[in-house]
Design a binder for this molecule. Sequence first.
Ligand code: SIN
Length: 518
Amino acid sequence: MKTDVLVIGSGIAGLSFAIKVATARPDLSLLVITKNSGEVCNTAHAQGGIAVVIDRLRDSFEQHIEDTLKAGQRLNDPDVVKMVISQAPQRLFELIDWGASFDSNEVGEFDLGLEGGHSHKRIVHHKDLTGKEMVDTLIKKAGSLSNIRFEDHLFVTDLSIEKSNNKCRGVIVLDNRTKEEFKISSRITFLATGGSGRIFQNTTNPSVATGDGIAMASRAGAIITNMHFIQFHPTALYQKSLQALFLISEAVRGFGAWIVNAKGERFLYKYDERGELATRDIVSEAIVKELKISGEESAFIDCRHLDPEEFAAHFPTITKHCASLGIDFRKDLIPIVPAAHYQTGGIQVNQWAETSIHHLYASGECAHTGLHGRNRLASNSLLEALVYSHQASQKVLEKIDDFTIEDSDGFEMRRSRAYGADSQTLQRIIKELNNIMSFDLLYASNINDKEKALDHIKALQAKLNMYPSAGNQQHLELSNMIQTARVIVEHTLKFRIDSENGYIPNKAFRRKKSLELV
Ligand code: SIN
């Protein structure tokens, strides 16, 4: 199979890129592939919104830039921060032109929300379903362009790399329905594969977030940066023995909700003067510390003092989900724990979303742009994806006529029976991996424990490698999860050793140094 432009993933990053290239060049063919169906992606789960400076009288780009740098502990790339934040209004209005709708107030202005770490209200949102509104809009828009084709259920087993000149020539895929493996050759390959939350003990991410993009890029030799920067969201709805937890949006705290312990006491002011509106890293760490002291299983969100009608109108999905579990936010506390939410590191890209492999681009959660630094400011990620997919589209449009489709490696189509470990074994290994990948491993454990965790991960990989994997998507996904977990723990160890050696002593920008974390 051949296509001019191959897009892997159908969240905001993949679709907005595809729409731009397809619109500018109707003569090019674009193929968007997903391993499940198009609607299953991290974007669709985003509740909060997009951070954009709209109110230029009270707010400014400079303040959004400062909030982003402060949240990222100034390990961000300042040029990237400036570029992304100053492009935000343009990218938002493009989305609106494509048909997206965002909530407005009684005088017809955007109803701007507040979230942790923002010094102003600047979150543009669609109730508590912003991501879904965006994905629905983008799928409709992309579907109206005749040069974009969608193929679901194609799992990428590897990037196809021409080693002699470090060029990506497309991918090898497994069709999960027919068990056929074949090559898709392309002039440009665009990774928009999302994150890796499913590796962790608890996560807010959907089942597709298995770190595939990181694993395949790392096998291909791409530079991967800062994978230890995993963001935990402090308010995932706690349900004992569930790994995937429902997100209670940060916008709920922005709306005035409190975080309390089992006695109903607020405790965040002990940790930060912003209380509930401190950034996610601070709130998550505070909750973990309090739970260790009290021995309780969860903290709680308290919404009982808020206007119930207004709350339900702003957060209909959260209200409904809580009700389905018998939790009435008007009188009950909502149990919460921190859960892995966002992979802040990733495949290193430049300001045009180009990776260290020629003809290979990356955008969205799988990419590391330098925007977020140590900790992502709330609602900056949809924005980052829009801006970087725009940047990539401009570069691809400039370069694509110089690129050819080459198919010289002679990969033959093959059909295999689904081999691989049986599903019970796979489940057991996933559970073991989840147990290793905890908040404490990243943020509290000592070097010794991290090294032990790394050895354990390597042992899981060896166990899995005892089974042939051909034709078994579940097996291949687990292998990607283990490989990504290994990169995360290796980067965690390197970061820890470097900081103990004075590597991150102050607020200096260290991007060059972090690039060495391959
Ligand atoms: C949330 O609504 O809290 C999540 C949005 C984000 O991750 O920025």
